[in-house]
Design a protein around this ligand. Structure first.
Ligand code: FCB
Length: 429
């Protein structure tokens, strides 16, 4: 038998988030999140996340499907308003849902990986100013403490936040995502508060975790692909990947302060809060890499077949370069926390979902991971986005990212061809 590229401890899995799959938006005392109250005209087709995949009531079935596919890990997020429906109130029922989920995963031999903030801010917290006020920090700490106290006797893997860049950029600067605010001048404030809250989250996990935690955050990581593999082109791509973009879309904006404790002073923004640097730095055990498409250079032409249904370019080399450049800069182990493709999947007459293009996508991107691992870059695992089709934020239910097809009317699940192919990959790679 050929040697496997990925060792037996490699964390093969799939990812999801609460607001996108759980549904049950007001069950068992849950209060609304900012996504639950999104006006219909802000979401494609007027879709709402109130029902989602009703994972809340189907989680056992979903875990059985994960087991069938041979997943070794599952990345999910906890809904803050399910656990803390009001300020100062912890919901035992809310916590119990996640506790049952963790038990069921462990019984199936699947490692739970928990994201604490995947964009579903409680409405009550938003009304107090949300991420625009420092008051959010002690509230976030209190929420994190409650989750950690409940689950850390069994769960080890923690991601404090998901794609800070995205929720700040879309939620507060361009108004495309909840809470649909549009004020470019709030970036300075948001950066300071969110980075401090993230670090507070890390410290809270370290303080209260029962089992020794592995802590990171999932970042929207970007990279340019070098023009050639000669040293100068590689160096240029690295520099462009970290220095050519400014503001919240740059890799450095969020990761330099959090990982290196270094201000991005060139933009002027951090000068006013140099003193906060020590507070923002996190002693992460790993960085979570969310990656879908490489950054394009002027003049790059992407043919239709190399695009997802959302138009996102497909190029598996990008995943290699993003891993290499992140490791070069931050020297931390990397966990691929999201990578996947949206397609317009349909159920065929044979009752199956034939999503060849997704299989090609996964294989192509895993070639990038294979190269990184062979070159000694510490990659801890790969979480395909997403386990099931789900609510894709402002895009509603049209884009289907899942390894598992969901019929939203009946909530019936069907493992797609890619789900079976992924099971083979897990067994053989
Ligand atoms: C990422 C998000 C995730 C999902 C994918 C497609 O930016 O973290 O929730 O929407 O994109």
């Amino acid at each position: 038998m050929m040697n496997k590229v990925f060792g037996d401890s490699f964390l093969w899995g799939a990812a999801s988030s609460a607001a996108q799959i759980e549904g049950a938006f007001d069950a068992d005392g849950k209060s609304p999140s900012i996504w639950d109250i999104a006006p219909a005209d802000k979401i494609k087709n007027g879709d709402s996340c109130h029902d989602g995949c009703d994972h809340y009531h189907h989680y056992r079935e979903d875990i059985a499907l994960m087991k069938q596919m041979g997943l070794r890990s599952y990345r999910f997020s906890v809904s803050w308003p399910r656990v803390m429906p009001e300020e100062g109130v912890i919901s035992e029922k809310g916590l119990q849902f996640y506790s049952g989920l963790v038990d069921e995963l462990l019984n199936a031999g699947i490692e739970p990986m928990i994201t604490l903030y995947h964009w579903d801010l409680p409405v009550w917290a938003d009304r107090k100013g949300g991420w625009l006020t420092e008051d959010i920090i002690p509230l976030f700490r209190e929420y994190v403490k409650a989750v950690v106290e409940k689950l850390s006797d069994r769960a080890v893997w923690w991601m404090v936040m998901n794609e800070v860049h995205c929720f700040v950029w879309n939620g507060y600067l361009n108004g495309l995502h909840a809470p649909f605010r549009k004020n470019i001048f709030s970036l300075n404030r948001l950066t300071r508060i969110v980075l401090k809250a993230q670090a507070a989250g890390v410290r809270t996990i370290r303080k209260y975790a029962v089992r020794k935690p592995m802590i990171g955050s999932a970042v929207s990581a970007g990279a340019y692909i070098p023009l050639s593999e000669n040293a100068e082109d590689i160096e240029k791509a690295y520099r462009d990947s970290f220095y050519s973009r400014v503001g919240t879309t740059s890799n450095r904006w969020w990761s330099d302060p959090a990982v290196l404790g270094k201000p991005v002073s060139i933009y002027g923004v951090f000068r006013s809060f140099q003193k906060d640097m020590a507070v923002m730095q996190c002693d992460f055990d790993f960085i979570g890499i969310n990656f879908y498409s490489p950054w394009l250079k002027k003049g790059d032409v992407i043919p239709e077949e190399k695009r997802s249904s959302l138009g996102w370019p497909i190029d598996g080399r990008g995943l290699y370069w993003v891993l290499r450049f992140y490791y070069q800069r931050y020297h931390l182990p990397l966990l691929i926390t999201e990578n996947g493709i949206s397609l317009n999947d349909r159920v065929s007459e044979d009752g199956c979902v034939h999503d060849e293009k997704r299989i090609g996508f996964i294989r192509e991107y895993l070639e990038g991971v294979t190269r990184a691992v062979k070159e000694g870059i510490p990659v801890l695992g790969y979480q395909y986005w997403s386990l099931t089709d789900n609510f894709e934020w402002a895009e509603g239910y049209d884009p289907r990212f899942g390894l598992i097809y969901v019929d939203y009317a009946t909530k019936k699940r069907i493992i797609k061809d890619s789900g079976y192919a992924y099971a083979d990959i897990i067994r053989n790679m």
